[in-house]
Design a binder for this molecule. Structure first.
Ligand SMILES: Cc1ncc(COP(=O)(O)O)c(C=O)c1O
Ligand SMILES: N[C@@H](CCCC[NH3+])C(=O)O
Length: 426
């Protein structure tokens, strides 16, 4: 029997010829909860968080899970219980953290388009800090805070113009990206901010992109941020924390990203070398906590022999997992119970009416209709980017812990699809 590589043996493994999530066979989950469903391993999530936490040793730090990666309140709640704070990018994410019982004083709010309403909400809820991304945003936050009689804690998100060497759509730290304040203009902005009565400077921030698999872009960005910290110290503007964002990559196929420990070590070594050992470090990891802690399970609907290709048509589609369509991303596809027999080369595709609706191309599989497949590394930017395109109800989400499992988001029902829509009465 062919053996299949799995990205995270903490959460997923083959035992006696069947794929398990922790101690539960994946076929059992498919029978119980239906397909497509996202399955998350609690142990894998907790291990990833603890790896980050442990890597800091006694250095003061805050790990803020990036809610956008997977925003289910069940996942947020698990991480909150481990002491995680949260990186958010909208009022909706703030309210999710609150609904999950997260500590709002451990929330940082990034994003280029915070509205007055969202700014006011975040001030009322008492978040830790706004990562501001432009001069007009600083002015808006100062104005909203003053109108509420509040002082807004802020960090400036610096755009260090560093190449993260990742897919262009998920690179955020280059001059031509919409994110952050140009490196050369940051000190001036801090001076403005420090003089505003409704603003309190607490930190500095950068986030250069996602799925970064080398240390050098992080090192380059850190050096540039620390140059600014030097200049701020000379201007008498003290900082309480440095936020290096998220972005650490994971292995989907054959990437060899640095470990969390190596990543944290790099940050701390640079800090120490530059004399900033006392500064608390904040990280905003998303993918590196949740990507390999989740799979998407799907059933083969039909085996179609096309003119030039074979198609494994499955019941998951680009609306459930959009990464292949968005970024031509490679996702692992493995059988829940591998069959003995000859394989054929398939494109694994969904039922959606788009040729871009593919989940994997040219995969060697031995399958029959009804078989369960697992798309691996789907914990991050899977459910969070899902949609209802083609009026497809969104998948269920299930959390597995040891030999138990629980639905943490119910599969949508057909009537959920038109909830809030109205027949015209004009
Ligand atoms: C501001 C910010 N912080 C954190 C993250 C999380 O990134 P990742 O999932 O790559 O760790 C993102 C997404 O790229 C982001 O935009
Ligand atoms: N959605 C992207 C990551 C975006 C990160 C958000 N700034 C992905 O799946 O790789």
């Amino acid at each position: 029997m062919t053996s299949f590589w799995l990205p995270d043996e903490t959460g997923f493994s083959y035992r006696n010829g069947a794929l398990f999530c922790e101690d539960v066979p994946v076929t059992e989950l498919a029978d119980k909860y239906g397909t497509p469903s996202f399955i998350y391993s609690r142990k894998a999530i907790e291990t990833a968080f603890r790896d980050y936490d442990g890597a800091f040793g006694s250095h003061p730090h805050h790990i803020l899970y990036s809610v956008k990666a997977c925003s289910n309140i069940g996942i947020i709640s698990l991480l909150a219980k481990l002491g995680s704070g949260f990186d958010i990018v909208s009022g909706g994410e703030l309210l999710r953290v609150e609904a999950a019982g997260g500590d709002l004083s451990k929330v940082v709010y990034s994003g280029v388009g915070k509205t007055d309403k969202e700014i006011a909400l975040a001030l009322e809820k008492g978040i830790h800090c706004f990562n501001i991304e432009s001069v007009p945003e600083l002015n808006d936050i100062a104005r909203v805070a003053a109108s509420l009689g509040k002082v807004a804690p802020i960090a400036v998100r610096v755009n260090p113009n560093v190449d993260a060497k990742t897919h262009p759509y998920i690179s955020t730290g280059l001059k031509n990206n919409k994110f952050g304040v140009a490196y050369e203009k940051t000190v001036e902005l801090y001076k403005q901010a420090a003089a505003m009565p409704s603003i309190r400077v607490v930190g500095i921030d950068c986030h250069i992109g996602s799925q970064i698999t080398e240390l050098s872009p992080f090192a380059d960005a850190e050096e540039k941020i620390l140059d600014i910290v030097d200049q701020l110290a000379a201007e008498g503007i003290p900082l309480e924390h440095i936020d290096f964002g998220g972005g650490l990559g994971v292995c989907y196929k054959d990437e060899v990203p640095p470990s969390k420990r190596e990543f944290v070590r790099l940050i701390l070594d640079h800090l120490e070398a530059r004399g900033y050992k006392h500064l608390a470090v904040t990280l905003e990891p998303g993918r590196s906590i949740i990507a390999n802690a989740g799979i998407l399970i799907t059933r083969v609907i039909r085996d179609k022999t096309g003119e030039t290709k074979n198609f494994a048509i499955v019941d998951a589609a680009m609306n459930d997992m959009g990464r292949p369509m968005f970024y031509e991303a490679w996702m692992g596809i493995v059988p829940a119970v591998p069959r003995d027999g000859a394989t054929r080369t398939y494109d694994v595709v969904g039922p959606i009416c788009e040729s871009g609706d593919w989940l994997g191309r040219d995969r060697e599989l031995c399958i029959e209709p009804g078989d369960v497949l697992a798309i691996t590394s789907c914990g991050a930017y899977g459910m969070a980017m899902s949609s209802n395109y083609n009026s497809r109800p969104r998948a269920a989400e299930v959390l597995v812990s040891g030999s138990t499992s629980q639905v943490i988001r119910e599969r949508e029902k057909p009537e959920d699809l038109w909830r809030g829509e109205h027949l015209p009465t004009l």
